[in-house]
Design a protein around this ligand. Structure first.
Ligand code: SF4
Length: 205
């Protein structure tokens, strides 16, 4: 008899913040079913080695606590540095900007892959702003926005498309980029592939 397939269940954590009740429930499930727990590079909580037949039970234990699970079509949660006041170099409370972004896009019915977003509270860009499809970092004179960065075996630094932006302008720029990506993408595509499109909505600054 073949062994049951094991998979991962990923709980999405906005700005990498892990609510204590979800942490406690995840711990309980991990002890009970001998699961692994991985804090992912995307700042989510991944329960590993979950037997397929247990997935509904695991989700049923976490969902009432407000857990949202990774799945196709969801707007990508930004990767967010810890920011002010938890880092003494932080210029802004970047978690607050993250909340504004998520509030704007939470009802978006289906977002095509595959682009990522990174936010940082100062120009050191610990969250990888320059190497992410859409990157935003704070400066003393507002936000800078980058597009088209990527990691992987052939990394690319994103193109700066805005300096001195307000929070509201940042969210509007992200919306313009997301809609442009949606219009120009069949199934999936990284942002850097759109940079040379003649209709690309932003110039380098
Ligand atoms: S990007 Fe700046 S504010 Fe954010 S964690 Fe790094 S040093 Fe701190």
């Amino acid at each position: 008899m073949s062994e049951e397939k094991k998979i991962s269940v990923t709980v999405l954590l906005p700005a990498g913040r892990l609510p204590l009740d979800i942490m406690a429930a995840a711990h309980e499930l991990a002890v009970k079913y001998d699961l692994g727990i991985y804090c992912s590079l995307a700042q989510n909580l991944r329960l590993m080695n979950v037997p397929e037949s247990l997935v509904p039970e695991v989700k049923a234990a976490l969902a009432p606590l407000g857990a949202d699970f990774k799945g196709p079509g969801k707007f990508p949660l930004p990767r967010v540095c810890v920011g002010k006041p938890h880092c003494n170099l932080g210029l802004v409370d970047i978690e607050a900007l993250n909340r504004v972004i998520l509030a704007r896009f939470k009802d978006r019915p289906k977002t095509k892959p595959k682009f990522k977003i990174a936010l940082a509270a100062c120009p050191l860009c610990c969250s990888g702003v320059g190497l992410t499809d859409i990157g935003v970092h704070a400066t003393k004179k507002g936000y800078e926005v980058y597009v088209g960065g990527k990691g992987g075996p052939n990394p690319k630094v994103g193109r700066r498309i805005k300096r001195g932006a307000t929070e509201a302008e940042v969210v509007d720029i992200i919306e313009t980029l997301v809609e442009f990506h949606d219009r120009k993408t069949g199934k999936k595509q990284r942002m850097w592939k759109l940079l040379e499109d003649p209709e690309f909505p932003f110039a380098e600054v």
